[in-house]
Design a protein around this ligand. Structure first.
Ligand code: MRU
Length: 333
């Protein structure tokens, strides 16, 4: 179904090609990355984004450094890439796996390449498994609301939340997807509309401030996650918490789709998850035009924390965790 690749590693040239997501939907352009610094910049500038894809890209960044680099240089590449964005735990999780391999390896390049390929394959398989489990929640003729982009563009596979949509479509179910535009960087408007319509899904894009108006018509809300704490609190794109509060008010089930690599059992609750604060200009300017009176100050947190009690369930590659409070997560995983 998915006819684009978000990431591809070329071992002959030792380079990584990524789909440049800042150019979508106008242009399907690709970027070639040849060193760890390029990978760091691509993650930081969000040419590649979405928690699972950030993890896969980071792993290949370490591979780039390992072709000719010393142990010390490879470690420096790990440190640099890990610092690109703070919230998605998949980044430090993938770098942690690469560091563990590096510490044990005699032939870093080939062993790190094998590990990066393994991380990519696991991501693809997790998407397929989440798709199958999550599709059971989709009723025929349902309206489903999604936020940001938790699709193929956010992974190396078919996506997390949108992977479920694609699987349900392949099963012959009919439904419509309502995607909130996701200010300020418009991942919902630019990316989700692009990949859903490319795959024949009936798609409506709505402004973020229309969510409460449309919620009563929804059967399901499906979102992704950047980090899930031990107690089930979910860090995801800013606006997710608002969606959860509104869906709770209207009694619409609110599900999170996330692979096990997105769980962080080192943090007890969402209050301990670092929230990325991005530049003022993402809000101050729109299409290069200044839209905010210059003396006004700007706040730009890129993520928020949805309390576990607002989450109906978390769809992982292993199982669906219903009512994911701390004890239920431990019991299921
Ligand atoms: O800032 P982004 O675009 O990287 O944020 C992405 C999200 O918040 C996604 O919902 C999340 O990473 C899950 S992607 C499968």
């Amino acid at each position: 179904m998915i006819d684009f690749k978000t990431i591809e590693y070329n071992s002959e040239k030792n380079e990584v090609t990524v789909l440049d997501q800042t150019k979508l939907p106008e242009e399907e352009a690709y970027l070639t990355l040849t060193k760890a610094e390029d990978i760091y910049q691509a993650i930081k500038n969000m040419n590649v984004r979405g928690a699972p894809l950030i993890g896969v890209t980071a792993a290949y960044g370490v591979v780039l450094a390992s072709r000719t680099g010393s142990q010390n240089e490879i470690q420096k590449a790990c440190d640099l890439i890990r610092s690109a964005r703070p919230t998605a735990v998949n980044l430090s999780w993938a770098i942690g796996r690469m560091e563990k391999k590096l510490a044990q390896s005699r032939n870093p390049f080939s062993e790190l390449l094998a590990e990066a390929k393994k991380i990519e394959a696991e991501d693809k398989n997790a998407c397929i498994a989440m798709g199958k489990l999550g599709a059971t929640l989709i009723a025929d003729n349902a309206n489903i609301m999604v936020h940001c982009n938790a699709g193929a563009l956010a992974t190396s596979g078919i996506g997390t939340a949108l992977g479920i949509i694609y699987t349900a479509k392949e099963q012959g179910k009919r439904f419509s997807v309502f995607s909130s535009e996701t200010r300020p960087l418009l991942q919902g408007a630019r990316l989700t509309s692009w990949e859903l319509t490319k795959n024949g899904v009936d798609t409506y894009t709505i402004c973020d401030n229309m969510v409460a108006t449309f919620m009563p018509r929804m059967k399901l809300v499906l979102v992704g996650a950047d980090r899930i704490a031990s107690n089930g609190d979910v860090a995801n794109k800013i606006g997710t918490k608002g969606l959860a509060i509104i869906s709770d008010y209207y009694k619409v089930p609110f599900y999170v789709a996330a692979p096990l690599s997105t769980f962080d059992f080192t943090v007890a609750s969402g209050t301990q998850i670092p929230i990325e604060e991005r530049t003022e200009d993402e809000i101050r300017k729109f299409n290069e035009r200044c839209i905010v009176a210059p003396p006004a100050k700007i706040c730009n947190p890129a993520f928020d924390i949805t309390p576990a009690e607002l989450v109906s369930g978390i769809i992982t590659e292993r199982c669906i965790i219903d009512r994911p409070h701390g004890k239920n997560i431990a019991k299921m995983l």
